[in-house]
Design a binder for this molecule. Structure first.
Ligand SMILES: Cc1cc2nc3c(=O)[nH]c(=O)nc-3n(C[C@H](O)[C@H](O)[C@H](O)COP(=O)(O)OP(=O)(O)OC[C@H]3O[C@@H](n4cnc5c(N)ncnc54)[C@H](O)[C@@H]3O)c2cc1C
Ligand code: FES
Length: 646
């Protein structure tokens, strides 16, 4: 927990900028003064922070031993628009040439370490090929997400037609840079039950909001609260490495929160918000006054409502504890996964592919005429069965027939899932059952024993994972006066503001205007989007007047293969596919009339990032251009995307 608290009052507060010792030299290398933030007063006004106030030595190369300088190529070795990984002896850098200028920065994406040289360079930034994070080539700053850190930026000089890079050895090793941040300045009348900024929810949206405030020089009290036991963690990893401990997937270590005075109240549930008096009321009766509020409470997974639903060993995967328990209990046991949802599929694949050896089971195909899927896996070697049931329609069979699934029926994530060939599942001993749902969970000594289907079939089960969707966690706001739609989503504008002044909302819990779709209000429950929402909310708490403008980017992994998705496919009326779905090497363009509205791919990097960049530039990709591309079968060649469209 941060250690420096203050009660809001109308006085000017001084900024203290904190840079971890190891980060200092890297931060100092930011070339454009961006690292010089504003000083915020508590009354919301700001002035520029002057360099002479900077508490850090101005020479980043105070110790020459910490620095390496090397000639890396001839100026003519790189064309404009090209990137190259170059070795400086004690680490690599990414060298970029754009508009005749050279730039150098870290070569590995600070999110999960993707080689950025395989990403997409376009107009001053590089987009990561794996999950779409974007980095400014002049500063190394992260501009789109996922991930929290920026890249170290290195100095480049040209001498006698040769390109030289000068870099801190440590930065070459770490390949990441935490932005310079303010911390809280202690004010005299500190009050425990009062904060300037209260963030309800410590997921991606909440954490990025807090970090952005500090990066922008906000130096008053920030409190985050969460129902979780843990500091913010990487939630998507829960379905991909289910046995991870919370510390292994923590987004930031404890010391980080202390250093930057971001207080996190764990296991604290907000029960109501009194917007008139600006007070959050916690479940245990504790009350906290706030000046600005962010609601980033995410989703609550739906539970089964059938007979026996309260029996033990039935899980939604939401927390590390859930994921860990499923892995522990599922080993050599019978597992039933209920739900055709994204999460259901992920858990299924994770359990099936990584944890349990498979041997052939008696597979049969689903009938295309039936609409409710049920997949079954059998693992006789480990005496483990996995069964996957669903009430929705992920459209696998339709997918097989030219993947003609309709956007209105399958939705965003379903749209990705429906591309996957039944062959892929069959290869992993998947058996499809259709038109069924769970009617009862039976127990023995209060532990799950059997799952009974509406069809009358009884499935032996020790563990059941439920992935049947989620609802926004906004029940506690019902009487608050905050605008909530009929499905429970908080409605916000482009600046993530609710209808109540000073109250912002972000992440899975909001409906927001998506520029890509003519500002139609949408809910995009993705990890990347939650980061961006949190950042925009923070900037607007500081009255920056910043509007959200980002391309939704989703990724996931199945059977060890990565699926990427960008855009917003809702309402698509056709899918144009290049590649081979059965070989899991394809790109699928979702089109609506003559326009590409989204793209998904497997083993086809960096096409999704490329399309995301084209869409981010405000250009339209025409269906006819895509069809031409497919007809000519130009695998790997993406030059047609450049300069096309309108
Ligand atoms: C298992 C799993 C796998 C996923 N995989 C992917 C993936 O591969 N790719 C992808 O793009 N997305 C994935 N997602 C979705 C992604 O995790 C979410 O989009 C993202 O977490 C949303 O962030 P958020 O900050 O809005 O909310 P969350 O991360 O859900 O955090 C909500 C926070 O609010 C707190 N909270 C809720 N109610 C209250 C209250 N009343 N009082 C106090 N605190 C409260 C919670 O405790 C939590 O801290 C996955 C989600 C899950 C569950
Ligand atoms: S590895 Fe780059 S965004 Fe994930």
């Amino acid at each position: 927990m941060g250690g420096c608290f203050s009660k809001p009052k109308p006085v000017e507060v001084k900024i203290e900028v904190v840079i971890p010792e190891k980060e200092r030299s890297k931060e100092e290398m930011s070339p454009n003064g961006k690292a010089s933030p504003l000083i915020y007063k508590v009354n919301g006004t700001a002035r520029h922070y002057h360099l002479e106030e900077h508490p850090i030595a101005s020479n980043p190369y105070h110790n020459p031993k910490d620095v390496v300088e090397a000639s890396v190529c001839h100026v003519k070795d790189l064309e404009n628009g090209q990137m190259r990984e170059v070795d400086l002896g004690c680490g690599k850098a990414l060298l970029i040439k754009e508009s005749g200028e050279f730039y150098a920065m870290g070569h590995k994406c600070p999110h999960y370490g993707a080689p950025l040289v395989k990403g997409v360079l376009s107009k001053g930034r590089v987009r990561c090929p794996w999950h779409g994070a974007c980095f400014n080539i002049s500063t190394g700053d992260i501009e789109d997400f996922p991930g929290l850190d920026s890249l170290p930026r290195f100095q480049v000089k040209i001498e006698k037609e040769k390109v030289y890079i000068r870099a801190s050895k440590q930065a070459l090793q770490t390949q990441r840079r935490t932005k310079m941040m303010a911390k809280c300045i202690s004010l005299s009348n500190y009050n425990l039950s009062s904060t300037n900024v209260l963030i309800i929810g410590a997921g991606a949206a909440g954490l990025v909001c807090a970090e952005t405030l500090r990066q922008e020089g906000f130096s008053d009290r920030i409190v985050m609260c969460t129902m979780d036991r843990h500091l913010p963690y990487d939630r998507p990893k829960l379905s991909k490495s289910m046995d991870s401990h919370p510390e292994q997937i923590a987004l930031r270590p404890k010391e980080f929160f202390r250093t930057y005075d971001i207080e996190v109240l764990t296991e604290m549930q907000v029960a109501a918000v009194d917007i008139k008096n600006k007070i959050a009321v916690f479940k245990d009766g504790f009350k906290m006054e706030y000046n600005k509020l962010l609601i980033a409470t995410g989703n609550t997974p739906k539970a089964l409502s059938c007979k026996g639903k309260e029996v033990e060993n039935v899980f939604n995967i939401r927390t590390p504890e859930d994921a860990n328990r499923v892995v522990k209990l599922a080993t050599s046991k019978n597992v039933v996964i209920v739900g055709a949802s994204f999460l259901g599929e992920l858990s299924f694949c994770r359990l099936a592919f990584f944890n349990f050896p498979c041997v052939p089971a008696d597979c049969h195909r689903p009938s295309p005429s039936l609409s409710l899927p049920c997949w079954r896996l059998s693992f006789s070697k480990s005496k483990c069965k996995v069964l996957h049931l669903g009430r929705g329609n992920p459209g696998h069979e339709q997918g097989r027939e030219r993947r003609g699934c309709q956007g209105t029926r399958v939705g965003q994530r379903g749209a990705v899932m429906c591309l996957l060939s039944p062959q892929m599942f069959e290869n992993h001993r998947v058996k499809f059952y259709m038109q069924t749902e769970v009617s009862e969970l039976r127990e023995q000594e209060n532990k799950l024993k059997e799952v009974v289907l509406k069809s009358g079939k009884v499935l032996r089960a020790d563990v059941c994972v439920v992935g049947i969707g989620a609802v926004p966690a906004t029940g506690f706001l019902k009487q608050s006066g905050i605008n909530i739609d009929s499905k429970g989503f908080i409605v916000v504008n482009k600046m993530m503001q609710t209808n109540i002044p000073g109250v912002f909302a972000a992440g899975d819990t909001v409906m927001f205007p998506l520029a890509l779709r003519n500002n139609k209000k949408v809910n995009v429950p993705h990890w990347q989007m939650a980061h961006m929402h949190g950042r925009i909310a923070a900037l607007n708490m500081l009255a920056h007047g910043t509007e959200i403008s980002t391309i939704p980017y989703l990724w996931t992994a199945m059977f060890g293969k990565s699926i990427r998705y960008a855009g917003h496919g809702e309402g698509f009326d056709d899918v144009v596919i290049q590649g081979d779905l059965d070989e899991l090497k394809f790109v699928a363009f979702y089109t609506k009339s003559d326009e590409v509205v989204a793209v998904a791919s497997m083993n086809y990097d960096p096409i999704v990032s490329k399309v995301a960049e084209v869409l981010a530039a405000g250009r339209t990709i025409r269906k006819r251009d895509v069809e031409l591309f497919v007809r000519h079968g130009k695998t790997g060649d993406m030059s047609w995307l450049t300069g096309k469209g309108s």
